[in-house]
Design a protein around this ligand. Structure first.
Ligand code: ADP
Ligand code: AMP
Length: 213
């Protein structure tokens, strides 16, 4: 099963992708997580990606596409995956489509997690992330058991640099300009599914499970 999560930054793509990955036993592939891991390790890729991410801009397609294609070529992706944060532009979607077609394969579902802009800014300010294991929390809606500490691995939680309000506004603009057109792209392919992302995360997940079966 090959799934793409669509939606604005902060819509809950990562939260749902992790739950899908657990239930359906497919890897959760997040380009944002791959970039953040590289930033943490201080790699050349991380240094370059950071210059864009800190401004709320997209990392250039050439770089992002290569990283994604390398990742999904790995053994653990052979039976499927859930993509979170990729594709984010039409050219990225076209490259993925071409690579899959060459393998006689295709995306099964593109799930759009729909959340209006007003809700997004509040959500991002409350998001806390664990850079060690990738878990995500929200200080009000999905709090960790101990404030500031990851339930899963016990490491410290942080407010992402790109979740500061001024960067969030840029990211939302970039989303509307460059990523939202993907909704029509996948609708035209007959694989688009919409879920309401404003309800409790468990109810969002139930709606997704009703789609995936
Ligand atoms: P994305 O991967 O789309 O950027 P996240 O999954 O990281 O978004 O979610 C953004 C923030 O909103 C996080 O703090 C997360 O804990 C919180 N969140 C996710 N789903 C919900 C929900 N259904 N209701 C309220 N808050 C949510
Ligand atoms: P995310 O964790 O998905 O919110 O991504 C954080 C940031 O990483 C984005 O704001 C972009 O700067 C960068 N990024 C992640 N995925 C992509 C992508 N597919 N294309 C371009 N930039 C990306």
């Amino acid at each position: 099963m090959k799934i793409i999560m669509l939606g604005a930054p902060g819509a809950g793509k990562g939260t749902q992708a992790k739950m899908i990955a657990d239930k359906y036993a497919v890897p959760h592939v997040s380009t944002g997580d791959i970039f953040r891991a590289n930033i943490k390790e201080g790699t050349e890729l991380g240094k370059e990606a950071k210059t864009y991410m800190d401004k709320g801009l997209l990392v250039p397609d050439e770089l992002t596409v290569k990283i994604l294609l390398d990742r999904v070529a790995k053994e653990d992706c052979a039976n499927g995956y859930v993509l979170d944060g990729f594709p984010r532009t039409i050219p990225q979607a076209e490259v993925l489509d071409k690579a899959l077609t060459e393998l006689g394969d295709k995306i099964d579902y593109a799930i759009n997690v729909d959340v209006p802009d007003e809700n997004i800014v509040k959500r991002m300010g409350g998001r806390r992330a664990c850079l060690a294991c990738g878990a995500t929390y929200h200080i009000e809606h999905i709090p960790p058991k101990t404030e500031g500490i990851c339930d899963r691995c016990g490491k410290e939680l942080i407010l992402r640099d790109d979740d500061k309000p001024e960067t969030v506004m840029n990211r939302l603009q970039v989303y509307h300009d460059q990523t939202q057109p993907l909704i029509d792209f996948y609708n035209a392919k007959g694989v688009l599914k919409e879920v309401d992302g404003t309800v409790d995360m468990k109810d969002v997940f139930n709606a997704i499970v009703a789609i995936l079966g």
